[in-house]
Design a protein around this ligand. Structure first.
Ligand SMILES: C[S@@+](CC[C@H](N)C(=O)[O-])C[C@H]1O[C@@H](n2cnc3c(N)ncnc32)[C@H](O)[C@@H]1O
Length: 242
């Protein structure tokens, strides 16, 4: 697995993802209702700090969950979230690995892969679709989302979240520039402001992101034997075809 893109910025991922997850909750919970937790665990690929993992566990109160997360800093937040919850602790197992270095169990009751597809190369994605197609229970969903940019293009600098905690305000912004082989380079900036407005900290990190359009993703999934549709907030739900 390549260097951890969250090694420094992982400190901020949970606080900047909360609002987005408030919006994602409804469409993802709706898609999870097709899951088959009696037939196998639910896999959360790139679980991050566990914001989606918690929704899986709340929506499917009998499910076991496998949360695959390669980043140590994000796993620390994930484990802390799990340890703090009587409901999550016995049901969620954390796998300290990239998805490509781990073999899923032979049967899965559903899969979540949210806000993470761009970390996988086209070849890795196609391998993953094949592996999941062979393991997903009939009608069980593979739930993903599309994220910008949909083509290799500039994305101008945009502030995506501002959160105040105590006397500090945290601001996250990002911009993307075309790079090679179907990727963009996202340059993310995380600034911490004191109440006076002075900048206390200023972190800039850059990482590659594999661009995938709606058509490409749907074609890949169809090629792997899934029937897929794009819904609210670009959430993609794929089920094994007959
Ligand atoms: C933007 S975060 C999203 C985290 C979480 N799914 C969420 O939506 O809050 C992307 C996640 O993908 C994970 N990731 C990156 N490469 C991965 C890989 N090869 N296998 C599994 N997860 C990976 C990162 O460590 C990170 O947790």
């Amino acid at each position: 697995m390549a260097a951890d893109p969250y090694a420094q910025s992982g400190e901020y991922l949970d606080i900047f993802s909360r609002d987005a997850w408030q919006a994602l909750r409804a469409p993802i919970a709706a898609a999870l209702r097709q899951a088959a937790p009696d037939q196998g665990p639910i896999l959360d690929v790139g679980a991050g700090t566990g914001l989606g993992t918690s929704i899986v566990a709340e929506t499917l109160p009998t499910a076991s969950v496998l949360a695959v997360e390669p980043s140590p800093i994000l796993r620390a937040v994930l484990l802390s979230r799990l340890a703090a919850s009587e409901s999550l602790r016995p049901r969620v197992t954390v796998v300290a690995s990239g998805i490509e270095d781990w073999r899923p169990p032979s049967r899965l009751g559903g899969v979540l892969a949210i806000n993470m597809l761009g970390h996988l190369s086209p070849q890795r994605r196609r391998q993953l679709w094949q592996e999941l197609r062979a393991r997903l229970a009939p009608s069980a969903p593979l739930i993903m989302n599309l994220q910008p940019p949909a083509e290799v293009a500039d994305v101008p600098a945009t502030v995506f979240a501002t959160v105040t905690i105590g006397g500090h305000t945290y601001e996250g912004s990002g911009e993307a520039r075309p790079a090679s082989d179907g990727t963009v380079t996202w340059t993310m900036r995380y600034r911490t402001y004191a109440a006076s407005g002075t900048t206390e900290r200023d972190l800039v990190v850059a990482y590659p992101w594999h661009v995938i359009s709606r058509t490409e993703l749907l074609d890949e999934l169809a090629g792997a034997g899934f029937s897929a549709a794009v819904g609210e907030l670009d959430v993609v739900v794929a089920v094994p075809g007959i």
